[in-house]
Design a protein. Structure first.
Length: 355
């Protein structure tokens, strides 16, 4: 074998070895890629399962939420219907209660109006107002009761009174005699109503006079109260209370008194000041009287009145201190008293002799 052939064979062998190594690497890479593809497929399958599970749970929650919304809407509808029914029931009960109250009030007012009509029926055909011996202020309570009512109450009472007073006229099928008697009855009713109208006008005049008299009495009391406090007579009769003087108008000096002290002068404080001044003068005069020099009393049968000595002791003689200022002792009235006793004893003896 020649050299060329041996070289060719060696090249062939080297080529075969290189192809085998390349095939091995390629197969190894393919195996790795296949393993990676399998792992990726498993991961994707697991992820899809987890995603499907989450979607199923989410769909369940949505269905549950929708069911809850439907239930809540039904409950709210039921509650609104119940509330509406309750409000309608309350409104119906309130309207029934008001209707009952109005009916009771109407009946009560009708009874009051009937009683008033019966009381106002005159015995002699003419109703006289009041009496001479009655109290002048007897109508004040009634006037206060009427003033306390509202316009609606007065209008309702008027409507009820008019329904009782004004009776409907039934003139269908009446004879001339019946119509004449009906006209006479209506004339009598007109006379009666005019009489009542006159009485009410007189009553209103009397009430106005009573109110004026009460106002004058109130003014007199307020004037007396103001003069008692040392104010002007018209100080308390106005709409506003009198002002308290905080400074002197006539003395050019500062007034050091407080507001409370000045206010107390109008609440009887002036009388307290006068009383305190009198008590102060009395105490000063009493202290002067007690601190005066006292003179001794003159002796009486050897003893000084009020200062008797002990038993067996004599009072001091004349010439002591203080006796020079003493007034002279009065004469002893013992003889005069004895003469008066003798005369009194003689008088009954003379009377017995005369008898």
């Amino acid at each position: 074998m020649s050299d060329d052939e041996s070289a060719y064979s060696d090249a062939e062998k080297r080529k075969k070895k290189g192809d085998e190594g390349a095939n091995f690497l390629k197969n190894r890479q393919q195996m790795k890629m296949s393993e990676l593809d399998e792992q990726l497929a498993e991961y994707i399958a697991e992820w899809r399962k987890q995603r499907q599970k989450e979607e199923d749970e989410l769909n369940k929650l949505k269905d549950k939420q929708a069911k809850r919304k439907i239930l809540r809407a039904e409950e709210e509808k039921k509650l609104s219907e119940q509330k509406k029914a309750e409000e309608e029931r309350k409104m119906r009960e309130e309207s029934e209660r008001k209707a009952q109250e109005l009916e009771q009030k109407r009946k009560r007012l009708e009874e009051v109006e009937k009683k008033r009509q019966q009381m106002m029926k005159p015995n002699d055909g003419v109703k006289k107002f009041g009496s001479k011996g009655g109290d002048k202020l007897s109508n004040i309570q009634a006037a206060k009761g009427e003033l306390g009512k509202t316009k609606e109450q007065l209008a309702e009472e008027k409507k009820i009174a008019m329904s009782i007073r004004v009776q409907p006229l039934n003139l269908d099928g009446l004879q001339p005699s019946q119509l004449k008697s009906k006209a006479e009855a209506m004339w009598a009713l007109v006379v009666k109503l005019e009489t009542e109208k006159y009485d009410m006008e007189e009553r209103m005049k009397r009430q106005d006079y009573d109110l004026k008299e009460l106002k004058e009495r109130q003014k007199m009391q307020l004037r007396h109260k103001a003069t008692k406090r040392g104010l002007e007579p018209e100080a308390l009769t106005g709409k506003h209370p009198p002002k308290i003087q905080t400074a002197s108008k006539f003395e050019r000096r500062t007034d050091r008194r407080t507001y409370d002290d000045k206010k107390k002068l109008f609440e009887g404080g002036l009388n307290d000041l006068i009383r305190e001044d009198l008590e102060k003068r009395w105490s000063e005069n009493m202290s002067l009287f007690e601190s005066r020099s006292r003179a001794r009393l003159p002796k009486w049968f050897g003893e000084r009145p009020g200062k008797k000595g002990k038993a067996g002791e004599e009072t001091p003689e004349d010439g002591e201190e203080g006796e020079a200022d003493l007034p002279p002792s009065p004469p002893p009235p013992a003889e005069e008293s004895e003469e008066e006793e003798e005369e009194e004893e003689k008088e009954p003896e003379e009377e017995e002799e005369e008898e």
